[in-house]
Design a binder for this molecule. Structure first.
Ligand code: ADP
Length: 473
């Protein structure tokens, strides 16, 4: 079986969030279970030169908007498996990866160029695995080409939803420019008078998946379906949830090069060293008895920042530290800054994106807050589990699937979770966590329960293989 994974971002070439982690790790995991795959992703201005091994194709002439766009394709295996990076400077050499008025055109081009590239490099893959709205265009192109182009006749498409909230909407008129002029194509994109790339992907792909079993159910409801729940319900017989894995080559406290002292399940002394170094890094007084509550995230409403704002004062009053790494909406950035000003001895903040610091915080913190409004899978709670940092989460999406409440009677559970999106419920769990933290023996059991778990990609990759087989059958 040959698989082509197409994604707008992939580690280590580019990353803004979980999609990058997943698309970077899945091809390597597929290879480990015996599946040949190729990854296709854009070459951004942000993609580091050291990751571009070779110019594989100098003249990837992409027929585009009535002319020819002279793109190039680089080759790399920096993520551990064959990757082609499409180099189209006018679309991808920009200050940020997303956030432009013509994003839909940038990714429509990327999709078409990816399919041109596949034809150029050999026989059609059995499976084209598409990710999020950015890849809705390729789903439609393959579904329509299958009717007349023998090359695509036996190819099946799998469309993975990493976040239903971003749907790639644009005006129907633009469809013509991208070559989607016939009725089948227009219908695929049409949603309430505009075009939606997410809707197109959901409507025409052979199999749909999302990144946790709970999220697969949630996106069939009005609360989490963002207006597309009718379609996910309609196609629920071909929709399944597969929880993302963790790349333990990157996220492993035993080998992590971004943390001052390595540690593992049988010896957590290094974690205390990391905590001390982390407090010093943020110029906070070192008191190892006080717990550190951490948060690393994009600062958007999705991540439950409003709830964190409501409980932060109580955490400070309880004498704990708070360390936050993130950037995003201004009001949230201002809040963390104000909290730091209010309690400079207890609060450390870093505004921005900083991968090594994310590792350092995971290693040094005691608890990780993730009170998300919705969370398709979530990766940080799984990183936290491996680093002995106890997650306190809302029971939603992948958080529901990966975190089990601590139960002192049976000594089971790996964290703390609450249901309704309410600050008082969140605070209840925070106090429970503080209570457990004060009992060193209990705390160590919770840590061990989490650290022992295996969320590696191998399991997830096997499930994807079953999914691909299903698509082909
Ligand atoms: P989402 O994809 O919704 O942002 P996930 O939990 O699935 O959420 O993945 C987020 C990923 O991005 C994690 O690897 C996390 O460590 C990383 N991340 C988020 N914000 C930052 C930041 N400011 N600095 C470094 N890493 C970050």
């Amino acid at each position: 079986m040959r698989v082509a994974v197409i994604s707008a971002e992939a580690v280590p070439y580019s990353k803004t969030g979980g999609l990058g982690d997943v698309a970077g790790a899945l091809p390597k995991a597929l290879k480990a279970v015996g599946i040949d795959s190729v990854l296709i992703t854009p070459c951004y201005w942000q993609t580091k030169g050291e990751h571009l091994w070779d110019t594989a194709i100098h003249d990837l002439n992409v027929d585009w908007r009535g002319g020819i766009y002279p793109a190039k394709a680089f080759y790399s295996e920096a993520n551990g498996s064959p990757t082609f990076l499409i180099d189209a400077p006018s679309y991808f050499h920009r200050d940020s990866i997303y956030g432009y008025r013509e994003d839909h055109e940038r990714f429509a081009f990327f999709n078409h160029a990816a399919l041109v590239l596949l034809k150029r490099i050999g026989a059609a893959p059995d499976i084209v695995h598409l990710n999020d709205w950015h890849c809705g265009f390729a789903a439609v192109e393959i579904a329509s080409a299958r009717r007349w182009d023998p090359y695509w006749q036996n190819t099946r498409t799998v469309f993975s939803i990493h976040n239903m909230a971003y749907q790639g909407g644009f005006g129907m008129d633009d469809l013509w420019k991208f070559g989607f002029g016939d009725a089948f194509q227009q219908n695929a994109f049409a949603l309430d008078g505009h075009a939606s790339a997410m809707k197109a992907g959901l409507a025409v792909s052979d199999i749909l998946s999302t990144v946790s079993p709970t999220y697969a159910k949630e996106i069939q409801t009005a609360e989490y379906g963002y207006g597309l729940e009718w379609l996910t319900r309609q196609r629920s017989d071909r929709l399944i949830g597969i929880t993302n894995g963790v790349d333990y080559d990157v996220w492993n406290p035993e080998t992590d090069k971004d943390i001052p002292v390595n540690f593992n399940l049988s010896d957590l002394s290094g974690k205390a060293e990391c905590k001390k170094a982390l407090l010093e890094h943020f110029s906070l007084p070192v008191d190892l008895e006080r717990p550190i509550f951490a948060n690393i995230t994009r600062l958007t409403a999705q991540k439950g920042i409003d709830l964190m704002m409501q409980v932060a004062g109580d955490i400070i009053a309880a004498g704990a530290y708070i360390i936050s790494l993130g950037s995003g909406e201004k009001k949230y950035e201002e809040f963390w800054q104000a909290l730091r000003n209010y309690a400079p001895q207890q609060v450390g903040i870093y505004r921005g994106y900083n991968e090594p610091l994310a590792h350092f915080i995971e290693a040094g913190a005691d608890m990780f807050m993730m009170p998300s409004k919705f969370e398709p899978c979530g990766l940080n709670q799984m990183y936290s589990l491996r680093y002995g940092t106890i997650p306190i989460v809302r029971a939603v999406g992948g958080l529901q699937d990966t975190v089990q409440n601590w139960d002192a009677v049976s000594s089971s559970g790996n964290g703390f979770k609450f249901g309704p999106y309410r600050a008082d419920r969140f605070l209840e769990r925070i106090y429970e966590a503080l209570f457990a933290y004060s009992d060193k023996e209990a705390w160590s059991v919770i840590q061990q329960n989490g650290m022992r778990e295996d969320h590696s990609w191998e399991n997830a990759a096997r499930k994807y293989v079953q999914l691909y087989q299903w698509a082909l059958s």
